[in-house]
Design a protein around this ligand. Structure first.
Ligand code: HEC
Length: 132
C-alpha cells in the first residue's frame, strides 16, 4: 500500500477528484430533462423518489458521473443505455433541480471526464414534489 502510494507520488499521478460546481446545469436543461423523465421513467418512478432522503444520502458528495453512469447502464429498466448520452445528462440535470441545486449558465454535458469532476451537492432543504 505504502509502496503504491510512493509510486503514485513519484509519477505525479493524482486521482481525479470531484469538485463542487455550484451551478452545473441550466433551468432550460432541467425542463428538457423533466420531459424525458416523464416520457421514459415515470411509468415506474415518481419524481419524489429522486429527491427523497434516501436518494440524497446515496448520491450526495459523489461525482455526477456515478449517477449518470448508473442511469445509463441500468435504466430504463429493460432497455439500459437505449437513450442518447445527452438525454441521461439532461435527466441528471432535472434530478439536480429536484434536489435544490442552483441553476447556472452552462448545461451539464455528457462527457465522462467533465461529469466525473462535478460533485453532487444535494440540498436537504429542497422542496420535494408531492405529485407524480
Ligand atoms: C420498467 C420500469 C422502470 C423504468 C421505465 C425505469 N426504471 Fe429506474 N428502476 C426500476 C427498478 C425496478 C429499479 C430498482 C432496481 C435497480 O436498481 O435496478 C430502478 C432503479 C432506479 C434508480 C436507482 C435509485 C437509487 O436510489 O439508487 C434510479 C436513479 C432510476 N431507476 C432512474 C430511472 C430513470 C432516470 C429512468 C428513465 C430513463 C428509469 N429509472 C426508468 C424500474 C424502472
Amino acid at each position: 500500500m505504502l509502496l503504491l502510494a510512493a509510486a503514485c507520488l513519484a509519477l505525479g499521478a493524482r486521482p481525479a477528484r470531484a469538485q463542487e460546481v455550484r451551478a452545473p446545469y441550466t433551468e432550460q436543461q432541467a425542463v428538457v430533462g423533466e420531459a424525458y423523465f416523464r416520457g421514459y421513467c415515470l411509468e415506474c418512478h415518481g419524481a419524489a423518489d429522486m429527491a427523497n432522503e434516501s436518494f440524497k444520502a446515496k448520491w450526495h458528495g459523489r461525482p455526477a458521473f456515478d449517477l449518470f453512469e448508473r442511469l445509463r447502464t441500468s435504466m430504463p429498466d429493460g432497455a439500459p443505455g437505449s437513450l442518447p448520452r445527452q438525454t441521461y445528462a439532461d435527466i441528471v440535470a432535472y434530478f439536480l433541480k429536484l434536489n435544490g441545486v442552483p441553476v447556472g449558465a452552462m448545461p451539464l454535458g455528457a462527457d465522462s471526464l467533465v461529469l466525473s469532476r462535478v460533485r453532487l451537492e444535494l440540498r436537504a432543504s429542497a422542496t420535494t414534489p408531492s405529485t407524480r
